[in-house]
Design a protein around this ligand. Structure first.
Ligand code: SF4
Ligand code: SF4
Length: 303
């Protein structure tokens, strides 16, 4: 094909002109120009069988729902957990299930109103149906400010007595904080999964992570400013964050020169400061394993 023919082809739209195909009409695609479509091969998505997951429930007693908000604040992390490691089998806010089912882990938020028959039944049923009961947040662990409810609320005036869940049932793990951080709730869920389903090494690290929180649960439901003084401040563990002063409802804790000072006469023993302190469950035993635990969490949380 000469140069002129080539130009004609370009000008009049017959770009497919080739040597030996001069007769092809403009706009008509010659048969040999068909592009063969290669079949797209997609790798089948690896699905983790649901049977490998643990079952988790959120049981809402008397609290402000801040702990549930903190759980939800894990965003994509929460989706990863629900996708790979845990099925949410009970949660009045997020799942349409009315009766407490059998489950591996129950996250219990809030304290229990002992004037309310339903709440009393619910907490006993939770213990019966859950392998591991976790007290989620300061109210479930120590009562916090709900300890001082004297009743008289407009909607439930007869509700005047609230107890931390450990006063009514055996609790296995505490997650203190008001509310606990999203990361801490996520880590406990992951560690519960690894404890129940992991290999030997993962089980050992999960045990190391959970032991200080299990020790808190074993220590009971009472905590006050004096406990903070003897177990944190006098041990040199205080980092001066001021959380205890911020949370104390009667201003019994003040920060002076970067350290908390506790006015014992004012303390009403609600345990809020102890629950909120990030060092109240500090453990020297876990320090050496911190890197391995962090790496493990990073590994299992990979999307
Ligand atoms: S110091 Fe304040 S926050 Fe701590 S237990 Fe006493 S009253 Fe509660
Ligand atoms: S919350 Fe704990 S670490 Fe923070 S200032 Fe109070 S005692 Fe210290």
């Amino acid at each position: 094909m000469g140069l002129l023919d080539k130009l004609k082809g370009l000008l009049f739209g017959n770009e497919t002109v080739r040597e030996g195909k001069q007769d092809a009409k403009p706009g008509v695609k010659p048969a040999d120009t068909k592009v063969e479509q290669k079949p797209i091969i997609t790798k089948p998505k690896e699905e983790k069988p649901v049977a490998d997951k643990i079952t988790v429930g959120h049981v809402h007693m008397s609290g402000c729902t801040g702990c549930l908000v903190s759980l939800a604040d894990n965003y994509e992390g929460l989706l990863t957990i629900l996708d790979k490691y845990a099925d949410l089998v009970y949660c009045l806010t997020l799942a349409d299930v009315r009766k407490i089912p059998k489950m591996d882990v129950a996250l219990v938020e809030g304290s229990v109103c002992i004037n309310d028959e339903c709440s009393m039944e619910e907490i006993l049923e939770t213990r019966e149906n859950a392998t591991i009961v976790v007290a989620l947040g300061g109210c479930a662990c120590y009562g916090n400010t709900t300890r001082f409810c004297r009743g008289g609320q407009q909607n439930q005036p007869q509700h005047e007595g609230f107890l931390p869940i450990g006063d009514l049932i055996k609790v296995d793990v505490y997650i203190p904080g008001c509310a606990p951080t999203p990361q801490q709730i996520r880590n406990v869920c992951l560690m519960a999964y690894l404890l129940l389903k992991g290999n030997d090494e993962q089980k050992a690290l999960a045990t190391a992570y959970l032991t200080p929180l299990m020790n808190l649960a074993a220590a009971g439901t009472e905590a006050c400013g004096c406990d903070l003084m003897t177990e944190v401040i006098n041990q040199g563990l205080c980092c001066g964050c001021g959380s205890c002063a911020a949370v104390c409802p009667v201003r019994a804790v003040t920060m002076q020169f970067g350290k908390p000072q506790i006015e014992r006469d004012l303390c009403i023993k609600c345990g809020a400061c102890y629950a909120q302190c990030p060092r109240s469950f500090f453990s020297f035993d876990v320090c050496g394993q911190y890197e391995s635990i962090t790496n493990l969490i990073g590994e299992v949380m990979k999307p």
